[in-house]
Ligand binder design. Structure first.
Ligand code: ATP
Length: 239
């Protein structure tokens, strides 16, 4: 299992706010890796650094053997990294179909785009049911499925998900969790998942990092972390 993404000692600032204080994380080919931790710990900043939305102060980010820490967001998408940002921003007046097609903006081969569309609709049958409906009229969970589907339309090798379960009904959180597993295992997309729902994140990932005040506080095998007393106390509500 080769290395796909590697952050080494990454430091990131917003003006004088020292948000990432030397973060090193890896995602290997085929893995789902989770980033857990409290609000403001720096998880979203890690995703912004990877996608080129925010420049880093020092350290390195390598993807597929190449340095990407100076590449812009468009180049990074073309290299196969798609991000689903927090807050599920759909184009509300456009149909589900047209929202999905927006995700294929880097591609030109119509037959391949159609194939991806079919793959996404198989992953998210609810989107198929709502295919011609305006995206803004769907529930939060359905909109979350749509933004994940839209990110998949770029045909990524690495999918970055920022809080996909935030504000979503528990039943749909389960559906989304299952879809993430299928995207990883069946569609062979590696996943870096940021979640405050630590239990869900640890259940569906193979490895995880707990981020606290801009640093990796703990890391390891997700199944082991689920049983770790420090993780239980700090991230799983003491259960
Ligand atoms: P959340 O789940 O709330 O997004 P997070 O773990 O993803 O939390 P970040 O959003 O990465 O955390 O924020 C890390 C730190 O950087 C926080 O102290 C935050 O206040 C600060 N920060 C984030 N964005 C900015 C910004 N645009 N300007 C100034 N400070 C920022």
């Amino acid at each position: 299992m080769g290395n796909l993404l590697s952050l080494k000692d990454v430091q990131l600032y917003y003006d004088h706010v020292y948000a990432l204080k030397g973060v090193s994380i890896d995602v290997n080919e085929g893995e789902t890796v989770a980033l857990i931790g409290a609000n403001g710990a720096g998880k979203s900043s890690i995703l912004r650094a990877i996608t080129g939305l925010k420049g880093i102060r020092s350290g390195s980010i390598r993807y597929d053997g190449q340095s990407i820490d100076k590449a812009g967001p468009d180049v990074i998408v073309r290299m196969g990294i798609s991000m689903v940002p927090e807050g599920r921003r759909v184009f509300p007046l456009m149909s589900v179909r047209d929202n999905l097609l927006m995700g294929a903006f880097t591609r030109t081969d119509k037959a391949e785009i159609r194939q991806s569309l079919e793959m996404v609709l198989a992953r998210f049958p609810r989107l198929k049911e709502r295919y011609t409906q305006a995206a803004g009229t769907m529930s939060g969970g359905e909109q979350q499925m749509l933004v994940i589907g839209r990110a998949l339309m770029a045909r990524p090798r690495l999918l970055l998900l920022d809080e996909p379960s935030l504000g979503i009904a528990p039943k749909l959180v389960q559906d989304i969790a299952r879809s993430i597993v299928a995207i990883n295992r069946e569609d062979k997309v590696s996943v870096l998942l940021v979640e405050q729902n630590s239990r869900m994140a640890l259940r569906i990932s193979q490895r995880a990092y707990a981020i606290a005040t801009g640093k990796v506080a703990l890391s390891g095998n997700s199944a082991e972390l689920l049983e770790d007393s420090r993780v239980k106390d700090l991230y799983l509500g003491g259960e």
